[in-house]
Ligand binder design. Structure first.
Ligand code: SF4
Length: 202
């Protein structure tokens, strides 16, 4: 590993390479929406629509989305309201928390997601050789965790890699955080209460 300030064989410092990669990542994120032929939703609206389609039943709330999108609750709430007005999201009563609404993607919202501009990047990643794709996934996950810790923001993940997930009972997995049995859909969904499990327990 080359530390910031150390020089590589090519004469670059780790700082040079790191800042170039950081700029490339930001550029990549801009390209996702910048070149899209479908400009009818803003990047924030796409992020919200995608989030509510992927989040589990404990995380489909405007406040969990505000944490995921690293924005204020007021801004997140406005984004959600705009998607409800467009007919892509709908608000339901939240049986487990009367103070918060549960947000669901409507059939029109799921149809809209077929035009998701992120699909182009998803396809580009899928074209990588399997071993490179696996290493890339690990690196991105480590970077996301490091950034979330530095911003004291939650780390989003799914049950399969969560320290709260108990699979020792032989039956369905159990979430020790929400004290609920987990179904198959929960296992791969995004969760605001995710706690990374120690690597030796994954
Ligand atoms: S096990 Fe972890 S990721 Fe799954 S629902 Fe519980 S807190 Fe969320």
């Amino acid at each position: 590993m080359t530390a910031i300030g150390q020089t590589t064989d090519k004469g670059d410092t780790a700082g040079d390479i790191s800042s170039h990669v950081a700029e490339q990542l930001v550029h990549l994120a801009r390209l996702v929406h910048g070149g899209s032929s479908d400009q009818c939703l803003t990047p924030a609206q796409w992020t919200a629509l995608r989030y509510f389609a992927r989040a589990n039943r404990f995380s489909r709330t405007p406040s969990a989305f505000s944490e995921f999108h690293a924005t204020t609750r007021g801004t997140a709430s406005q984004t959600v309201k705009s998607l409800i007005a467009l007919g892509f999201l709908e608000r339901h009563a939240n049986k487990s928390d009367g103070r918060s609404a549960l947000i669901e993607v409507t059939p029109a919202g799921h149809e809209k997601l077929k035009d998701d501009p992120l699909s182009a990047l998803t396809r580009a990643i899928a074209l990588l050789p399997a071993d490179e794709r696996g290493r890339f996934a690990t690196v991105v996950s480590v970077l996301a965790s490091t950034m979330a810790r530095s911003r004291t923001a939650p780390i989003f993940g799914n049950c399969g890699e969560c320290g709260h997930c108990d699979t020792t009972g032989g039956g369905p997995a159990y979430c020790r955080c929400t004290q609920s049995l987990l179904n198959q859909d929960d296992m791969s969904a995004l969760c605001v209460d995710f706690l990374p499990a120690p690597p030796n327990l994954r």
